[in-house]
Design a protein around this ligand. Structure first.
Ligand code: BG6
Length: 522
């Protein structure tokens, strides 16, 4: 008889029940917008839905001097305004009893000593199980000092202890490949990779998770999900606002860093990846990273051929007049930061070779929409005269709508009623709202719960972040060369513009036009 070795399942391979045990969460940057608008309401919702225990403990940490009471008041405002369950005074009072606050600097050993003694007190007085979740909701410049202080204060349990320590890192995770690698190195000197949860809130969206279910729980799509049947893919993440009060941040970032490196690369990987062997953190992320590696790396001189970038000029949006991007508050007057980017991305593998993935994102566009459109090849021979847009009529389009109007639809051609054979496109549609009678919960609920449960499937692994930054940094390098060349000719470098409230510059149309394709109007 063959003696087969018993293989211990790795922790991440075990199924994880969807209910959580006790824990204490420290929010760094607790006085900020993210804590008030997203994190605290999400925690309140999770407790009300009985997905987190009633005595879940929260400690806010930031520089602002608050008492526990004052911080609870701030939390209350956020919860009342943003939680999706009904606000109930009695429930709130119970929840608020578990909220505490410590004021301190992010690089100050004394502050962390105070934090530590508060945590140890709460470990005794409340049921925390000594489990600790540290959430970096601070500006990225203090991610490293906070991690250092956590290590020095001895607040990080080794991975093999019964109780756990986990670190959640918000975006942006670095501003190019080198800084992302340096941040990874730093964090990995203090935490183990399995303890680090790099958050991308797009992965917490129900409809984004549905991409995998749709692809891998239905037998009919996978056989046609490849270059034999798919003509091209369009991914649009558009926003119908300008930079508003975030000009200072945005001007150092731009659309490519702000949206493409993270959210859009995640969408590309979910649409393009090979089937994983299991639905667990390792298997899913292995396949995602493989897909990202297959994205063709661009040489600096190719960047102009594959990408279009632009900035918004004054225009009307939602009935209001928007100024030029350069005249927004916090934006440099000579800014060359892009508020729009379109990218023709080539994927060099067997499944997708020759099928362009077109990405488009921008601020000040006509609508707020996130969607993925899979354009299938035309019927090989068309028997019918088509009175309208012929080209598109014979092309089936599968639309995955991430937001708003969450759902999935398939465009097919049908015969219009009447004596003549006249074709008309119609939709077969699944709508999240009408099928499930609810709108999807905010992404942070799912993601926070997953961290407490120790499920890293919906978080970005080190190698994923770095390969995405590699492809994006090549573009940034190419753009820098374009700018330097203009400067060396003595011409000030200017980006093309598009009027606020339109779908971007004409050059974005040409990117597709060369292939007899055109952007979908969402
Ligand atoms: C954030 C970006 O990550 O995503 C913002 O920094 C952007 O600029 C936001 O507005 C969009 O998220 P959503 O969930 O509204 O599509």
């Amino acid at each position: 008889m063959l003696n087969s070795p018993v293989v211990e399942a790795a922790p991440e391979d075990r199924p994880i029940p969807r209910m959580s045990g006790p824990a204490l969460m420290v929010i760094f940057g607790a006085s900020g917008d993210l804590a008030q608008r997203k994190l605290l309401p999400a925690l309140y919702n999770l407790v009300q839905k009985k997905l987190l225990p009633e005595d879940f403990t929260i400690v806010g940490y930031s520089r602002t001097e608050y008492s526990d009471e004052a911080f609870r008041e701030m939390a209350r405002v956020g919860v009342e305004k943003y939680s999706d369950v009904e606000f109930q005074e009695a429930e709130w009072q119970k929840f608020a009893q578990g909220i505490f606050y410590v004021a301190g600097n992010y690089d100050d050993a004394e502050g962390f000593a105070r934090l530590k003694s508060r945590i140890e007190e709460l470990d005794q007085s409340r049921r925390t199980g000594h489990n600790r979740l540290f959430y970096l909701a601070t500006p990225p410049s203090v991610y490293e000092p906070v991690a250092t202080q956590l290590g020095q204060a001895d607040l990080v349990h080794p991975v093999d202890e019964k109780c756990w320590t986990r670190l959640v890192v918000e975006k942006p995770f670095g501003h190019d490949l080198a800084s992302a690698q340096a941040l990874n190195e730093h964090l990995l000197g203090i935490f183990d990779e399995d303890q680090i949860y790099r958050i991308d809130h797009y992965l917490g969206k129900e409809t984004v998770q549905n991409i995998l279910v749709f692809r891998f729980a239905n037998g009919i799509f996978e056989p046609i999900w490849n270059r034999n049947y798919v003509d091209h893919v369009q991914i649009t993440v558009s926003e119908s606002i300008g930079v508003e009060q975030r000009g200072g941040y945005y001007d150092k970032s731009g659309a490519l860093r702000d949206m493409v490196q993270n959210h859009m690369m995640q969408l590309v990987s979910l649409v393009g990846m090979e089937p994983p062997v299991a639905f667990d953190a390792k298997a899913v992320r292995d396949q995602k990273v493989n897909l990202l590696r297959s994205i063709r790396p661009l040489a600096p001189e190719e960047v102009g051929q594959y990408l279009v970038r632009a900035q918004y000029s004054p225009g009307d949006l939602n009935g209001e007049r928007l100024p030029a991007y350069r005249d927004e508050e916090g934006v440099a007057h000579e800014s060359t930061t892009e508020t729009f980017v379109a990218w023709k991305l080539e994927i060099d593998n067997w499944r997708w070779n020759g099928v362009p993935f077109y990405l488009r994102t921008g601020k000040a566009l006509p609508q707020k929409v996130s969607e993925i459109a899979i354009y299938f090849r035309r019927a090989p021979h068309l028997l019918f005269d088509s009175a309208d847009d012929g080209e598109h009529l014979s092309r089936n389009v599968l639309l995955i709508r991430i937001q708003p109007d969450e759902g999935i639809s398939l465009k097919i051609s049908a015969k219009q009623p009447g004596p003549a054979v006249k074709l008309q496109p119609v939709n077969m549609a699944f709508q999240y709202g009408s099928s499930f009678g609810a709108t999807p919960p905010d992404a942070y609920q799912r993601l926070l719960l997953d961290v407490v449960l120790g499920d890293g499937t919906l978080f970005t692994r080190r190698d994923e972040v770095e390969v995405a930054w590699d492809r994006v940094t090549r573009v940034l390098d190419g753009w820098k060369i374009q700018e330097d060349q203009a400067q060396s000719r003595g011409v000030p470098f200017r980006l093309p513009t598009y009027e606020a409230g339109t779908w971007g510059p004409a050059a974005a149309e040409h990117l597709l036009g060369l292939e007899d394709q055109s952007w979908r109007k969402p």
